[in-house]
Design a protein around this ligand. Sequence first.
Ligand SMILES: Nc1ncnc2c1ncn2[C@@H]1O[C@H](COP(=O)(O)OP(=O)(O)OP(=O)(O)O)[C@@H](O)[C@H]1O
Length: 593
Amino acid sequence: MSIFRKLKPFYWNERMLMLISIIALIGTTVLSLTYTKLLQIFIDEVIVQSKYDLLWLLTTATAAVIMVKSAMQYIYGFLGARVGNRMVMRLRNACYSKLQYQSYSYYDTAKTGDLIARMTVDLDAVRNFIGFDFAQFVNMGLMIGFGAVMMLSMSWKLALLTLMTTPILIALTFRLDRQAQPAYRETRAAMSRISSIAQQNIVAMQTVKSFNRERYEIEQFSQHNNRYQEKQYEASRIVSNHYPLIEWMANLCPILLLIGGGVQVIHGSLTVGELAALFGLTWLIISPMWWIAFHINKFSQAKASGERILELLEQEHGRKSHKSYPSETTNLPIAGEISFKDVTFYYNEQSTSASLSNLTINISPGSVVGIIGPTGSGKSTILKLLIGAYGVREGQIMIDGTPFEDWISSERRGRIAPVFQETYLFAATIRDNIAYGVDNPTEEEIVEAATKAQAHEFISTLPMGYDTVIGERGTGLSGGQKQRISIARALIRKPKILILDNATSALDMETEVKLQKALKSERKQFTCIMMSNKISSIKDADVIIVLDKGSIVQRGSHNELIVAEGAYRNLYMSQYEEYPREEAVSVVGGDRG
Ligand SMILES: Nc1ncnc2c1ncn2[C@@H]1O[C@H](COP(=O)(O)OP(=O)(O)OP(=O)(O)O)[C@@H](O)[C@H]1O
């Protein structure tokens, strides 16, 4: 029950509704018990004593009982659903908020399908338990209790005889819960794996199809689906193994009553009506006993699901993102000076080599810095440190002379705008995708950002312009178009620090030059860090930093680096070997384009 205790804040507000719902359910139970009394009066007085005038009264009383019972059943169903839905809404919101503020490193290993399964299938299991099954539990306990009291008041000897098997039944249901719980836990985990595989497959469908791996994917999915089925079988086997025993024990009650009660009727110590009433009561007690097994089953499933939801809610993974992230840009004065002092960074304890080693960089406000290096040299890692995705343990990063930790957790954080290497666009209009960078931007601001990002021109040629709806992950647009929209999304923030991580890799030379010119015209507005593998993207930077295996191997302007022996010149030669003469002449001649 500790799981449901921990989930209490999510349903405790609804305790009044829960109480009314439970009272309504108890009402229906008590009314069900009165049927047996009416039956007793009918046999002993109407039939045996021929009091026919009581017939109408009994009929009217039975009709009234039925009506009140249905009204109570309606209240129970209506309020139960309301409690369950409200609770699940709160829980889902809490899970969603938790996911928003989870650390970046959490998402290094998180499985999307698993998270979605927790927020849908698992939440539904908990909703059903809190909304309906919990009330049924209470009701069944009371039904057995009331029924037993009524039986005891009519004939305590017969009651004891009849209910002899009850302790065994209770022990069996507890055993069922104990054994079923791990099986349901595994079932839920298997379901999560299935969701993860399906989700990954849908996202990677292009790759799957282009490599003709449909059959392989089907086999993989089928294996996991089989595993899920096996886990389900295991859970149902445990439940089914218990059902016959529970049924047997439960059915022993009316048999014992018929033997004991029959003997008493023969000896005249019990009327036929009383035996009929006791018989009715026995069934009213037995049926909840059967149902207890069913509801225990639901309880075990809800517990397994509750555990998974709590795991999501309680998980703290690495450095948390800051809740104060402002969606509005701030007017606090920000210069945009960045300095890295002897920064060494490992992603995790298991890493054998540092992703950045002894990095010392000083970037003055309003300057453009190009960072170039081969793949895996640490460019994206610098971006991740600058957006606060990971904490620095060795060395120090300062912004405007303020230690990074203080700076990033302040309002100013909103003035840093990254454009990631992998462009992510939402399934929405182009306007909404650009506007995502800030709250309620004007049309002029959207067009201005798109124009600077060299996106306005192509957007205007689309039949629906800014209202063009793009598919999930930006389908319907070329790679270069997606990159320009994500640059516009960053520019609309009017950043003080703009970081472009290979963000122009898909642009043609002409568009890239135009974009660089546009950014250059703004150069005093913000500090710009451009990371790239391409010399053409960074050669106009004030300073170029050349990285290799996480260390700075060269720094200087393009003109300085091109004439010096080293990594930059080698890179240049390899990228421009097709037209070495023109470029060499223009560069060595000092023409910086
Ligand atoms: N989340 C991560 N966990 C562990 N190691 C990582 C992680 N991300 C990157 N790395 C490692 O850090 C090193 C630097 O990676 P980074 O992504 O910064 O390189 P990069 O220069 O941006 O490469 P590219 O040009 O290919 O994008 C690589 O060795 C990489 O394997």
